[in-house]
Design a protein around this ligand. Structure first.
Ligand code: UDP
Length: 381
């Protein structure tokens, strides 16, 4: 990490006041672990869910509003807190891919309409906002629209924050409800910056993987989570891993700990991070979903020691079957991370195999080790 350049709006002694909306989720819980290790940070959070942050509830430097930030009363309390904070970090979102095309109204409300109030208040109070967006705002690559998947020319597939066009499919493909809501939100933040001087930073995460990600169906949630949790659930349940449309889609995977390094560097280097958009991803960790499935099985065997998984099945399924009507995939997401490298001094360090080992071991300890059938039953296909 580079040396912190302290640049706070309300400096009282050396204390920094950080307000996090959605502090109880996956990224929020890791951010709390990191920030609360610094006794100079005072953290206030909003989240109705505490399961991932129980270890912090008694910390005197942490105050939690255990509720949704939607009622007028809560928004009034938020305004008070935002006024005296150095930075507001907005992490609240519905990131449940199966809802994008099956419950798009709720997706649009929670990813654009409700958070727009948070942005308005930060603009009115002139408080720096770090807003978490998504790499989905890029939609599909330009390359995917020509009949050639050679990916020879990076200008047709590499995502650069300030120059790459954001390309989504037609309205009937409701998969884009999430991506377009997040894109509109970015435009709303930027419009507030240009018209009202809102100090902002937008983060576009590219597949942050690690412990506590998502939920494992039938264990700590319901629905269809993202691919890591889908594959993990299939392994724990001895069901086939399902490859959507052949598993050709590619993703780059970054360790949650590397990602938190980037966020911490933003918080501590406001002058470098302000009024910019950052891709946060790891270019070296690109895999197709078919390769990821194989790696997950391999990792599961080394973590569990269960050799019967050598023949664990992987099956193909269509996007329509898996997600329902209106699904369309992002073919590839290769981030340009020059901005994070040069401005934040950030470099992702963790290799994909290490990320998967840590993550699979976490879920295996939580749900696999004591499962009565994990070593006994045949594969349930
Ligand atoms: N996917 C898959 N099998 C699953 C879940 C997802 O093949 O059980 C695919 C999905 O179609 C997409 C990729 O994995 O191509 C990543 O999907 P994810 O839901 O993790 O989110 P995204 O990276 O698209 O935001």
């Amino acid at each position: 990490m580079s040396t912190p350049e302290l640049n706070f709006k309300h400096v009282s002694g050396d204390v920094m006041r950080v307000l996090i909306v959605g502090c109880g989720g996956y990224i929020g819980s890791h951010l709390l672990d990191r920030l609360l290790a610094d006794p100079q940070i005072r953290l206030t959070g909003w989240d109705p869910n505490t399961a991932k942050i129980m270890n912090h509830l008694s910390n005197p430097n942490f105050r939690l509003h255990q509720t949704m930030l939607s009622s007028e009363n809560e928004l009034r309390a938020f305004r008070q807190e935002a006024r005296s904070s150095d930075v507001v970090i907005n992490l609240a979102a519905i990131c449940n891919p199966s809802e994008y095309n099956t419950n798009p109204l709720s997706v649009m409300r929670s990813n654009f309409m409700e958070p727009s109030r948070i942005v308005d208040i930060c603009a009115e109070e002139n408080t720096w906002l770090i807003h978490f967006s998504t790499s989905e705002v890029y939609g599909r690559t330009l390359q995917s629209y020509v009949d050639d998947t050679s990916y020879d020319d990076p200008s047709l597939f590499e995502f650069e924050e300030d120059t790459t066009p954001l390309i989504m499919g037609p309205v009937r493909n409701q998969r884009w409800s999430y991506a377009s809501s997040k894109q509109l939100m970015e435009r709303y933040v930027y419009a507030h910056h240009k018209q009202n001087g809102l100090p902002f930073t937008i983060v576009r995460p590219l597949n942050f993987f690690g412990p506590r990600m998502d939920f494992i169906p039938k264990r700590d949630g319901d629905g269809v989570p993202r691919v890591l949790a889908c594959f993990m659930a299939a392994l724990l349940d001895r069901k086939p891993l399902q490859l959507v449309d052949g598993g050709h889609a590619r993703r780059t995977i970054v360790s949650i700990h590397d990602a938190i390094d980037a966020i911490e560097s933003m918080i501590r280097n406001r002058g470098k991070a302000e009024n910019r958009i950052f891709n946060i991803g790891n270019r070296d960790n690109e895999v197709s979903m078919a390769q990821l499935a194989d790696l997950m099985i391999e990792t599961f065997i080394s973590v569990s020691g269960d050799e019967t998984y050598r023949t664990h099945p992987v099956e193909n399924v269509s996007g329509q079957q898996f997600y329902g009507e209106g699904y369309e995939d992002c073919d590839r997401r290769m981030p340009n991370i020059d901005a994070a490298r040069t401005l934040l001094g950030w470099e992702p360090k963790t290799a994909l195999r290490d990320i998967l080992t840590e993550t699979v071991a976490y879920y295996f300890d939580l749900y696999g080790r004591n499962s009565s059938d994990s070593h006994a039953s045949p594969v349930d296909v």
